[in-house]
Every structure is written in C-alpha cells, then in structure tokens.
Design a protein around this ligand. Structure first.
Ligand SMILES: [Zn+2]
Length: 393
C-alpha cells in the first residue's frame, strides 16, 4: 500500500481554505481535515503552511516542453504531459488542430498508446478536437485549407473511431451544426462553441442543442456586428447573457487583458469560468523561435513577451502559458482570491467535463491528484493518483 501524509497544509477545498492534513492511500484521498490522524509508515510531506490544492485540470492544450500533440508521436504526448505536471497540472485534454482526417485518425492511435505509457505526466482525460468545423473568418491559427461544414457521414465515422473523444469545438452558424451538437450531446461529449462568426440567435440554437461551453472566449469569435444596416449581438454577448453557458479563457494575462478579466468576473462570475492554457509546444521552454502545429509542416513563430507571435508580429500564434501562470494571473492581475482562482482550474473544468465525482476537489474518496504551491503559485509538489510526479528541490 502506498501511503502519503501531507501535514501543515493550507488546504483549498470547497471554495475555502483550512489548515490541516491530508492522507493519501494508494490512488485516493483517505482523510482530509484538521485532525492529526495516524498513518503508520506513511511518507510525510511537510507543506510548511503552503497551499495544498486539487491538481489543475487543463481542458485545452496543444502541447508543452517542446512537444505538440500533432507531432504524431507517443513521445510528444509524454513530454507535454510531464512538462504540464511540473507546473501543477494533473489532468489535461490533448487538443488537435484542424488537419487531414488521416492525421486525426493517427492521433487517436497515438493517444491510446501514450495513455498506457503515461506514468509520470499529467493524465489524459480524453481528446479535444479543435475543428475542422469552423468559420474561415475566424480561423485564427487553424489551417484554412481544412475548414468545412459538419456532415454526418464524416463526423459519425470520427466519433465511432475515437472512443476517447471528450470534447469538440465547432462554429454553430455552419450548416448542419445543430444536428452535430445534438449528436455530441447524445454521446456525452462536450460541445463547445469557437472560431465562430455566429449571431446571438445561432448561439442560442446551439446552446439549446447542448453546446454549453465557449472555446477561448474573446479569441476568434464574433461580437456586435452590422449586417445590412441592422445591428446584431454576437457570440460574446450570448456568452455573457446565457447563465448556463461556461466560458473558457486563456488566462495568460495577454490573450485576455486585465480590463476584460475584470469584466468577465463582474458579469459572468467565478462559477462559470474555466482557465485553460491553450498552450503550444513552447510552454515551459525558453523564449525564442518555435513551431506552431506539427513539426513536419507547422508554422515558424517567435516566442517573446510571454506569448507566441507570427514572425511579422502582427498577431499572436498561441499561448505559452502553464497552469500555474493562469492561477497567478487571476490572483495578481485580475485580483481574485487564491481559492477562486484555483476553483476556475479545478472544480469548474471537472464539472464541465463531467468528472467532478472523482476530480477537481479535495475530499475523502476523491482521486489523489494534488498540487502544493507557495503564495506566488510556484509549484513545489505535484501528486497524481497518489504518486509524487514532481518535487521542487
Ligand atoms: Zn487551441
């Protein structure tokens, strides 16, 4: 039996914090509270007053540590998973870029193999497909050659061939999108609105078909527009007004600047916001030249000022954030409490992804996924399913 006892922690649980101890037995939390219960033979971790939080859950990442999930190798998956774990992530959803279906099917296979071999990195919660059913007007870094409308003969095959699919981002204004969202909902896959020129009404139709999440809110989506003189509300306005809609934000402090973070917190509130890295391969690496997308035919980009940019610096080309930085941004730039910031990357994504019975909060019986960090969100320990995978020396 594997026994770990964390003592003197400032434990973040249920939106509050308490000074106490946590005992982990094998893969689950056995005890959490203020009592000093005995745990004979346990490995002791003295948190020395530091924060003990649920492990971070990243619902949207393309890679880290020099590796992109589209590289198509098991090694790339494992490298990215390890780097994210160093920064406190215990569960992530490998995200594909819009590409050919052959590349997509190959990545399902790679995912499956990597999942079996992943012993010391952030675990994989399932795949997130970002595209190819997107608006060409809001393609962002997605390759416009592959954008198209959802057709059942195509997406049913993809769904059938990828049992690990957990989430799919799409543009709701495309022909066939409502049926597509309903199919995802039926299969228990999270349908997420993104890279879209949708009107408010088109978002409403998608929401009613089961799409209750928005992909990197503010990036690559419509807002108020004028069409033939008449003014229409867009995706952003719908995201704000629909209480049941969850908003995912790239909280690196750059993609969504301070004023908009304040607006989001004021209008939407902590409960409906999830923090994601949406990181490309350069996350956790020194700044300088990098490649966006697969190594084989990706795009040259430059990482500087804490973000990836196109070579001509006219646009961002992906985030290089890790989860600890997201929490730090919400505390130090957006002015959140640490408990609220943590909630947005633990409890909220767990609820959105339908896994809150096992992950996203600390209490007895939950998976032993924990992160220990200081007041500047420097990660000291990452524990995944009861195993210490990272320890700061
Ligand atoms: Zn992305």
């Amino acid at each position: 039996m594997n026994l770990i006892k964390i003592i003197n922690g400032t434990i973040i649980t249920g939106g509050e914090s308490l000074i106490g101890n946590v005992v982990l037995k094998d893969r689950v939390i056995d005890y959490l509270g203020t009592e000093d219960i005995s745990a004979d033979g346990a490995q002791i971790i003295d948190a020395k007053g530091l924060y003990v939080a649920p492990g971070f859950i990243d619902m949207h990442t393309h890679g880290a540590g020099g590796a992109d999930f589209m590289d198509g190798t098991v090694d790339a998956y494992l490298t990215a998973a390890r780097m994210h774990a160093v920064h406190g992530t215990t569960l992530l959803y490998p995200t594909t870029l819009t590409s050919t279906n052959e590349a997509l099917f190959a990545s399902f296979e790679t995912y499956r193999k990597a999942e079996e071999m992943n012993t010391d990195g952030a675990r994989f919660g399932g795949m997130h497909l970002e595209g190819p059913y997107f608006s060409p007007m809001y393609a962002g870094a997605q390759d416009p050659r592959y954008l198209r409308n959802p057709r059942p003969e195509e997406y049913l095959e993809i769904l059938d061939r990828c049992p690990a699919l957990a989430r799919w981002s799409f543009a709701p204004e495309l022909e066939g999108a409502e049926e597509f969202a309903a199919e995802l909902k039926k299969r228990g896959i999270v349908a997420s609105i993104g890279h879209t020129n949708a009107t408010f009404q088109e978002c409403d139709a998608a929401y009613k078909s089961g799409a209750d999440l928005m992909t990197h809110f503010y990036s690559c989506m419509s807002t108020v527009s004028r069409r033939n003189a008449f003014r229409y509300a867009g995706t952003i306005e719908y995201g704000y007004i629909q209480d049941g809609m969850h908003l995912e934000i790239i909280a690196d402090g750059i993609h969504v600047p301070q004023d908009l973070l304040h607006l989001l917190l004021k209008i939407k509130g902590v409960e409906r916001i999830a923090l994601v890295t949406d990181s490309m391969r350069a996350a956790g690496m020194p700044e300088g030249p990098s490649i966006l997308g697969p190594l084989s035919d990706g795009q040259e980009v430059i990482v500087e000022d804490g973000v990836a940019k196109l070579m001509d610096k006219s646009a961002f080309a992906g985030s290089v954030a890790t989860a600890d930085r997201l929490v730090r941004t919400m505390v130090q730039i957006a002015g959140c409490s640490i408990t609220d910031a943590v909630r947005m990357i633990t409890e909220n994504p767990a609820r959105i992804m339908g896994i809150s019975d096992r992950k996203g909060s600390l209490k007895a019986g939950m998976d032993a996924d924990l992160v220990i960090f200081d007041e500047n969100i420097n990660v000291r320990n990452t524990i995944i399913e009861g195993k210490i995978v990272y320890r700061y020396e």
